[in-house]
Design a protein around this ligand. Structure first.
Ligand code: CO
Length: 138
């Protein structure tokens, strides 16, 4: 078996219903360092990026009703949405996971926030946790 290529936890994604309110709570309340807000049209999401030390927290607000994040919040309320791990090669990870019978939601890495390429793994294959694999551009 090929060894796993996970480098580190890249970020924790938290779904929110109101991004400004989320920033207020995590930046002003918890005291996290706020880096900015980015819109990712391909994901229909606005992302607020914050840091707790080295640990990156992304608050996600859906744009439009058929955004996956909007649906998540409507169904379950705000909360932890996914964990993201940095990988060297997303395409290689897809092949490796599928060979293990795990359900990968993307056939190939697709554009994510800040120029990264991302792959999502179905929560049913990850003990109930939606999992994102992030390939950071070099
Ligand atoms: Co993410």
């Amino acid at each position: 078996m090929i060894p796993p290529m996970i480098k580190n936890l890249h970020h924790i994604g938290i779904a929110v219903s109101d991004l400004d309110e989320g920033v207020r709570r995590y930046r002003d309340g918890l005291g996290l360092r706020f880096e900015g807000i980015e819109e990712v049209p391909s994901e229909r999401v606005r992302v607020a990026i914050l840091f707790a030390g080295e640990t990156r927290i992304e608050l996600l607000q859906g744009v439009g009703e058929d955004s996956a994040i909007s649906k998540f919040v409507e169904k379950r309320g705000p909360g932890i949405h996914h964990l993201a791990f940095e990988v060297a090669d997303g395409q290689a990870e897809i092949g490796r996971l599928e060979a293990l019978g795990m359900r990968v939601l993307d056939e190939s890495p697709r554009p994510g926030a800040h120029g990264c390429k991302v792959v999502f793994v179905h929560p049913k294959s990850m003990e109930g946790v939606l999992t994102e694999l992030v390939e950071v551009p070099r």
